[in-house]
Design a protein around this ligand. Structure first.
Ligand code: DAV
Length: 376
């Protein structure tokens, strides 16, 4: 039996064991309310659906494998999910979906907090069964680590009541920005919904982005589920497609966060960081003008780095401006070609999920000021 311990409290302590996704069988799912709100109006993905071309899958897998090798060569244990045939229609008593999605971005579904891995109640119907790809690993960790807590958030029903209508029409960027500022998102408050990638883990404090994929009810659920933590709601008014915090607000080490300059943390939410001597720095502008073809994400995947320890970070190899900034901020930067994997669900942070990082649950924010706390 392997010597497994599940434990991770933050995004930056020394990484020792991680899951790296796989691109096999990934589909572009048919349009549904939640994806419609996320895919940009001018995206080449509009109207497309079905299995992604095999040659793109192969190229993505090559880069995912080289991420796994880089990590293993540094002594980090890497596990991989078991893809299923995502090109199957699925149904529950409440909904059906024409296909599933994939298992390239484990970060979206697996939330590791201490000795627990919590499977997220995601809002995309096509992602309802994605956790199945991680089931063999969870079973293995369960057998190998007597303290591992294998958990699943309440399975959402995802009926039409979970979504606002009015997101299916063409919406201008101005209208989207207005909705973001008003905290008016496609997901309703009908039931708790979140993607794990909307949660930024900083020891005792969990900062959750309220946006297209995560609602307030989920934050209330997380607060009750993790009573020893403090759950905060944050938002970034300049983002027309607020989904996942990891191309927006990215901690590099204790006391230092890079923030997307187009998606700045709302003014009244900065207090808790300044009151605890955390520095929030504008991230460098991306080096690429456009995302690769058939990609959900924006050019800001430039920020979606994987921190290996307080001094070491992997950054996508074409993101030279971001690499230079990290270097100036005192990080050793390991460049890795990864753009072929972007269309499959994101960058280096998205493509991974923590199993073990050294360190304990620190209280980085003893001065609880401002208005972010879910429970004050
Ligand atoms: O900027 O498109 C990508 C986040 C992926 N987890 C963006 C957000």
């Amino acid at each position: 039996m392997k010597n497994t311990t599940v434990s991770s409290w933050n995004e930056f302590d020394p990484l020792k064991h991680v899951i790296v996704g796989r691109a096999d069988h990934t589909c572009i799912p048919p349009s549904e309310l939640a994806t419609e709100a996320k895919v940009p109006e001018d995206s080449d993905m509009r109207g497309m659906w079905g299995p992604r071309p095999l040659e793109t899958v192969e190229k993505a897998n090559i880069q995912l494998d080289s991420l796994a090798s880089l990590l293993e060569n540094r002594g980090i244990r890497v596990d991989r999910p078991t893809p299923i045939q995502w090109n199957q229609a699925v149904s529950t008593p409440d909904f059906s979906a024409g296909s599933m999605f994939g298992c390239m971005p484990p970060r979206d579904v697996l939330l590791t907090i201490g000795s627990e891995i919590l499977m997220a109640p995601m809002s995309f119907r096509c992602r309802y069964f994605e956790y199945l790809a991680y089931h063999p690993l969870m079973q293995q960790y369960f057998d190998e680590d007597p303290n591992f807590r294998w958990e699943q958030a309440p399975r959402p029903r995802l009926t039409d009541e979970s979504y606002q209508s009015g997101y299916f029409d063409e919406i201008t960027i101005e209208e989207r920005l207005k909705r973001t500022a008003e905290l008016n998102f496609v997901t309703t408050e009908h039931e708790p919904l979140f993607d794990a990638a909307d949660v930024c883990r900083l020891g005792k404090d969990l900062f959750c982005q309220h946006g297209l994929t995560t609602n307030r009810r989920a934050m209330e659920w997380l607060q009750r589920h993790f009573p020893d933590h403090r759950v905060h709601a944050v938002n970034f008014p300049g983002d027309p497609y607020p989904i996942h915090i990891d191309a927006t607000f990215v901690p590099l080490r204790p006391g230092l966060i890079i923030n997307n300059p187009n998606r700045k943390l709302a003014d009244e939410q900065i207090k808790i960081f300044t009151a605890n001597d955390w520095q929030i720095v504008d991230a460098a502008l991306p080096s690429n003008d456009t995302p690769p073809p058939l990609c959900y994400s924006s050019v800001w995947l430039s920020m979606n780095c994987l921190v290996l320890d307080h001094n070491t970070v992997i950054v996508e190899a074409s993101e030279t401006t971001q690499m230079e900034q990290m270097d100036k901020l005192g990080m050793n930067v390991l460049p890795l070609a990864f753009r072929d994997a972007y269309p499959f669900g994101g960058g280096l942070h998205c493509a991974t999920a923590d199993v073990f990082r050294e360190g304990v649950c620190e209280d980085y924010f003893p001065n609880q000021v401002g208005s972010t706390m879910i429970r004050s």
